[in-house]
Ligand binder design. Sequence first.
Ligand SMILES: CC(C)(COP(=O)(O)OP(=O)(O)OC[C@H]1O[C@@H](n2cnc3c(N)ncnc32)[C@H](O)[C@@H]1OP(=O)(O)O)[C@@H](O)C(=O)NCCC(=O)NCCS
Length: 280
Amino acid sequence: MTLTAPESPSAGSPPHHETVAPVKLWLCPNDALPPDLAGELARHWLDEREHQTATRFLFERDRRQYLVAHTLVRRALALEAGLTEAELVIWRSSRGRPFLQPLPGGLPRGGDHLDFNLSHAGGYSLLGIVRRQRIGVDVEGLGREARGLETIVTTFAPEEQRWAAEVPEGPRRERRVLRLWTLKEAYSKARGLGLGLPFDEFSFSLADDRGVLGFRPPADDLAGRWRLLELEPVPGVLVAVAVPADEPFAPHLELHHGFPWNRAAPHIVPLPEPVGAPRG
Ligand SMILES: CC(C)(COP(=O)(O)OP(=O)(O)OC[C@H]1O[C@@H](n2cnc3c(N)ncnc32)[C@H](O)[C@@H]1OP(=O)(O)O)[C@@H](O)C(=O)NCCC(=O)NCCS
C-alpha cells in the first residue's frame, strides 16, 4: 500500500499519552482495486441490498466506484470490529444513513459501538470510522464545471456566498466553494441528515489556505461542539471530516491510503480544537 503524505502542515507523530481510539480515515482510489478483484470481493462480501444497488448503475465507471466503496467499507469495518466482511450487518436510517448493527455481546476486537461514514466521488472513496459517537466525511475532486459550482453556491448561507464571490471565477473560486461544500456535507452527514439539512441554515468561515475559523450552527445545534478538519491528501482531492467534540476522541486522526489489505502504518494528523461562532 502506498502512503501518500497529506499536505497538512501539522502532520507528525502520534502523542504517546493517548489511550482512547483515534478517528480512522481511509482514502482509497478506485485504481487500488482492479475491477475483476473488486467484483470478486463484492460477490463474497456484499449483502443482497448492496448487490441489487450494484446492478442498477448505467455506467460501468459508476458501478466500479460503488463496488470499491462498499468493499472498502466492509474490509475496514471487519478489521476494526474483528468480524468477517460478510458477517457485518449494515442497516440504513429513514434518511439513508448506514449504520453497523451492534452485537449483543460487543465486538470481538473490543467495544460495542462503531460508527462510520462513506463518501465517493471522482475516482476516490473516503471512509471514516470512530469507536464512539458519530462521524461525517466528504470527498470532492477539484475540476468542476463553473455552472455546477454556481448552483452549489446558491445553497450556501449569505456570508459564505459573499466569501466565495470575493475571488474571481476560476480555480480560486472553485476551491473556496468546494471547501465549504465538503465541510457542509461532512457536518450534515455526521448528524445523519444529509441534504435534509438546508445548507443555508449554518455556515463556516475559513482560513485563506486551510482550516475552519468559525462555525455558525443550525438552530438545533451549538457552536463549539464539533471538531472540523479539512485535508487535501492528494493534490486536487478535498476532504472534510466532522466529529463531535464532547467525546474523549484522541486529538488525532489516522489517515490510511489505499485499500486496507493489511494494518500498514497510517499517517497521523492532529484534529483541530472545536470552533465557535465566527466573529463579526
Ligand atoms: C447523504 C448525501 C448528502 C450524499 O451526498 P453525495 O455527495 O451525493 O454523496 P457522498 O458520496 O458524499 O455520500 C454518499 C454516502 O453517504 C452515506 N449516506 C447516505 N445518506 C446519508 C445520511 N442521511 N447521512 C449520512 N450519510 C449518508 C451513504 O453511505 C452514501 O453512499 P452509499 O449510498 O453508496 O452507501 C445525500 O445523498 C442525501 O442527503 N441523502 C439522503 C436522502 C435525501 O435527503 N434525499 C434528498 C435528495 S434532495
